[in-house]
Unconditional design. Structure first.
Length: 459
């Protein structure tokens, strides 16, 4: 916000080359505020700003930028400037940047790192994509159980400057195996001559380096931690994951699910920067699938062609019928998908859900069916074709709505379970997909009931 407010003044200082004044101003700003400022500047102005910042402040600011902005800056900067920023970046944020780059570009940037940082970067990039290993940082404080509290606090003071977080300190044995995690306040409240082992309780939660990143989101939610240790298969502590990194994963996951709910393939870059060609490609696949799905609707209407030709009046209620089924199915699907995402329901809960949705669908169907019946009565005041068989047409519409809403609700609630049982993301049962499926079956229900109720009269 600060950068937005002072943007004209900052641009003026750059244009007038009053860089010493600008450097002094920026030295008091937070990295987040400087990042907000940079996105509204030209590429040349962005580079000037970065040249005025200290290496530490430049790296912290760089970490707050979107990946696309980071890429543009790397292209505009000199190699020495890029090297300074990359070496100062936290390992987890640097890994996030490197994995977004083409492999050739990533290799070039890795060569700019110091020997120690290069080893860390290569190790983290060596873990599977979307694994906890790509998300973690090796910057943490580890201590031994036989140390005194006094020795521990001294060690923390001497080694904590470049660590990711100081809120949690990790206890390891002589082989590096994790024994416990202890809050910093516990050391402050303990007696100086007490041993670390005296305040250990052995109650800690870990992530495995090969776990999926989405698993970390669930663990953080469950245990409400700000950081979690990461271990290998031998329980050796190799890094930590902090809540800010997990929030980024949760945001990406939520965005991907929202895209799928709208029948769009997930974007790999932000909406404003993705090319029109890529966006069309992401959207065209599902639109094509849904288009062919809607062809079945034409087949359904063709099957009941005779009934339609004898009772054209039935066609005016088709949009009402199929939209109600699609809407109820979309509601149920969205509720179940969200419940799955929050861990409130799992595959074993399908029978409990189906019982709930039968009651819900029947209740909603009765409500809409009643409204539909009276809507037919109301429309008869303006459409004379309804007069002769008014009650029968009203009953057809009313019972059809009950059946279609019930069916839509059941289909929408069960489709996520079916997809998940086959290892497919439940979010794929998106609103358009459910609506398309209910459209076809809804027409069959509507015309079947019309034949039953209106047979011998209108039909």
């Amino acid at each position: 916000m600060l950068g937005k407010l002072l943007l004209p003044e900052i641009k003026s200082l750059i244009a007038e080359r009053k860089l010493s004044i600008l450097k002094e101003i920026l030295s008091d700003w937070s990295p987040a505020d400087i990042a907000d400022l940079i996105v509204d500047l030209s590429a040349q102005e962005q580079v000037i700003i970065f040249r005025l910042l200290s290496n530490v402040l430049a790296a912290d600011t760089f970490e707050h930028l979107e990946v696309e902005t980071q890429k543009d800056l790397l292209k505009a900067m000199a190699k020495s400037e890029v090297a300074a920023i990359l070496n100062e970046m936290s390992p987890d944020d640097r890994t996030a940047l490197l994995e977004e780059l083409p492999s050739a570009a990533a290799k070039q940037l890795i060569q700019l790192l110091s020997a120690e940082e290069r080893k860390i970067a290569q190790t983290l990039l060596g873990y599977p994509e979307n694994s906890i290993g790509r998300l973690m940082t090796p910057d943490y404080i580890a201590i031994r159980p036989e140390w005194t509290i006094k020795e521990t606090l001294k060690f923390i003071r001497e080694n904590a400057e470049d660590k990711e977080t100081l809120n949690i300190v990790y206890v390891i044995d002589e082989k590096g195996k994790l024994l416990d995690d202890i809050k910093l306040k516990d050391f402050i409240l303990a007696e100086p001559n007490e041993k670390v082992a005296d305040i250990m309780d052995g109650n800690f939660v870990v992530l495995n380096v090969h776990d999926d990143q989405e698993d970390a989101v669930e663990v953080f939610k469950k245990y409400d931690r700000i950081a979690l240790p990461v271990v290998d298969k031998f329980n050796v502590l190799i890094g930590i994951v902090t809540v800010d990194d997990v929030m980024d994963v949760a945001e990406e996951e939520a965005t991907e699910d929202i895209h799928k709910l709208a029948a769009v393939e997930a974007f790999e870059e932000p909406y404003p920067t993705i090319s029109v060609f890529s966006m069309v490609k992401k959207r065209a696949v599902w639109l094509t699938v849904l288009f062919f799905g809607q062809t079945l609707t034409a087949f359904a209407m063709g099957y009941f062609e005779d009934e339609l030709s004898r009772a054209i009046v039935l066609s005016m209620f088709i949009p009402l019928i199929i939209s109600s089924g699609g809407n109820s199915g979309s509601q149920a699907s969205t509720l179940v998908i969200r419940a799955m995402a929050l861990g409130e329901v799992d595959l074993i809960d399908w029978w409990k859900i189906i019982k709930r949705e039968v009651l819900s669908g029947l209740s909603l169907g009765l409500i809409l069916g009643t409204i539909g019946f009276f809507q037919v009565l109301f429309l008869s005041q303006f459409i004379s074709a309804l007069d002769k068989y008014l009650v029968l047409i009203g009953l057809t519409v009313g019972f059809s709505l009950v059946g279609i809403v019930l069916w839509g609700t059941l289909l929408g609630s069960m489709l996520p379970f079916i997809l998940k049982s086959f290892g497919i993301d439940p979010a794929t049962s998106s609103t358009p997909l459910v609506a398309t499926m209910v459209d076809v079956t809804g027409l069959v229900i509507y015309f079947t009931l019309a034949v039953i109720i209106l047979s011998g009269s209108l039909l």
